[in-house]
Design a protein around this ligand. Sequence first.
Ligand code: DP6
Length: 346
Amino acid sequence: LPHEATVSAPVNIAVIKYWGKRDAGLILPTNSSLSVTLSQDHLCTRTTVCAAAEFGGDRLWLNGVEEDVTASARLCNVISTARKLRAAVEQADSAAPRLSTWGLHVCSENNFPTAAGLASSASGYAALVSALGTLFKLPQSAAELSRVARVGSGSACRSILGGFVAWQAGVEGDGSDSLAEQVAARAHWPQLQALVLVVSDRKKTVSSTAGMQTTVATSPLFAERVRNVVPRRMAVMRAAIAARDFAAFATLTMQDSNQFHAVCQDTFPPIAYMNDTSHAITNLVHAFNTAVGRVAAAYTYDAGPNAVIFALHDDMRTLVQLLTRCFPRPDSMPAAAFYEDPFAVF
Ligand code: DP6
């Protein structure tokens, strides 16, 4: 009989950005980062893994289309790391079926349109690792499993945990201390909401993986960020979350997004992820904050033009009205469920 497990994992949004690797093979970052894991209702990946002795080899289906497993070194790394952990389980228990030697079938689906440009490797690898953890009955904690997800995609290690999550850069060469841990549960700050604004559904021109390597090699501003800016910001961000201090959380979130994009501009050749609409959203958030006389909203952008807005519940209502008036849905954009119902509340 085949053994199988199905697990979902959500997308996470970094408020202190990960950008840069000290080891590209093991995916070890140059700096720590901190993120908010969104709820599973809106942007998540659902993955089923199935192991059977009679499966010839490993196979993978992404949103119903079969992909070549061997084409992705990262995917192979994740599967072989999980198999090693399973082998230890089998060694300790001679009655345990030898799942580590069987073929695997992996079926992965996003609950959001992939065309929306939000297809995230973070939720994908987090779901895969969580599913393998369940299938293989691995004794590892979520923090320990985050190390396995990290090998698939850096930001994926943060999606293994819910709520507010810190990824410690670590100092060890083998990556043993480079893992994610929960800073606070989602229930710690229920008034905080996240809104995803789809600005463009086009695929990004420079991948995060390639972009950050060029940054490490060429940007003097990046070196300053890693050495003198991020360590202090990690501490201030943790304190802002602990105190539920929205103004401090929002200010730092905007500043860190801005510095990340400044570092991209400082990369040679420069990388531009934000577009005119992104900048217009930035200006609108600042105008809103000025109008209400306090920091009531924050924006953040990853390696693309889409915006994520953070605000407390009551302010989010007002903001959504304002945003939908200023940025009516263009005819070219499909009326995706999450655009019609933009409360991608985390
Ligand atoms: C801008 O995790 O996609 O979203 O580790 O090479 O897979 P790899 O990169 P990835 O980079 C994410 C970068 C970011 C910031 C962040 O999520 O912290």
